[in-house]
Design a protein around this ligand. Structure first.
Ligand code: SAH
Length: 262
């Protein structure tokens, strides 16, 4: 392991393949990682199948090299915009969208979500639907007041962000500002949906140590409220990552609604 702590602009050196191998290998020995993925997939399923959250545009922020977070959402949004700080993560998503050689195989996750939705056999149909629904891949920086930079994007019905802000923000004030920046992308009454690694202290990708911001569930809820949202749900789970990869203590999954008069 290198001694350096990677953060901020160092994300240029984030290895998408190493990240996928460590945190998203299904049915391997990494039981905790599988449980965390299932926790997020179940919460996403509940959020997007309950009838309350849906519409025209969903923006996923800090998408990384992953698409699992969009599998339930693609059934209830007309258009999905994915975004990340790094080119290599966007490229990894593009490879999957275009079915290019070497694209990551998400089919076990897709099948799992189809099973939650009641029909495991429709997984190829869901993959095709997600590929049709993602219309844009944009660069983003959550620490900027306009996280999507100069890109012209209409106000969204939903902003989704999983496991990204606690990587991108180096202190709680920056985290709170990032939540405000993301809320500014929403229509009044739109939803912000987020999953957070709690008690985070950092994680490894390949042989690199990345910074992690220590957050408590209450800090997440307060940041959402102070940004003008009502917290509709904040589900806590005690599951933590395998300690050799990532130091953390529990997870939370929150659904918040921007004030309709904002
Ligand atoms: N959402 C994915 C990836 C999380 S990894 C998942 O659920 O697995 C953390 C992600 O945060 C990386 O993709 C990284 O590129 C992104 N990131 C780091 N700094 C960022 C910033 N300032 N703005 C937006 N995204 C950032």
């Amino acid at each position: 392991m290198e001694g350096k702590l990677y953060r901020g602009e160092d994300y240029k050196e984030f290895d998408s393949q190493d990240y996928l191998k460590t945190y998203y290998t299904f049915d391997s020995g990494t039981v905790a990682e599988n449980e965390i993925l299932k926790f997020n997939l179940k919460n996403l399923f509940q959020t997007f199948s309950s009838g309350g959250v849906g519409g025209d545009i969903l923006i996923d922020i800090g998408t990384g090299p992953t698409i699992y977070q969009l599998l339930s959402a693609c059934e209830v949004f007309r258009e999905i915009i994915v975004s990340d700080y790094t080119d290599q993560n966007l490229r990894e998503v593009e490879k999957w969208l275009k079915k290019e050689p070497g694209a990551y195989d998400w089919s076990p996750a897709v099948q799992y979500v189809c099973e939650l939705e009641g029909d495991r056999s429709r997984w190829q149909e869901k993959e095709a639907r997600l590929r049709r629904t993602v219309t844009r891949l944009l660069k983003c920086d959550v620490t900027e007041p306009h996280p999507l930079g100069p890109a012209q994007v209409l106000p969204a019905d939903c902003v989704l962000t999983l496991l990204a802000l606690e990587c991108a923000c180096h202190d709680v004030d920056t985290y709170r500002a990032a939540i405000r920046n993301l809320v500014s992308l929403l229509k009044p009454g739109g939803h912000l949906v987020t999953a957070v690694t709690l008690g985070f202290q950092g994680y490894i990708v390949g042989n690199k140590n990345f910074f992690g911001l220590h957050l408590e569930k209450e800090t997440v809820e307060k940041a959402l409220q102070d940004a003008g949202c009502q917290v509709l749900r904040c589900q806590h789970s005690p599951i933590s990552y395998t300690e050799t990869f990532c130091i953390s203590k529990g997870m939370c999954f929150a659904v918040a609604r921007k004030s309709p008069s904002a």
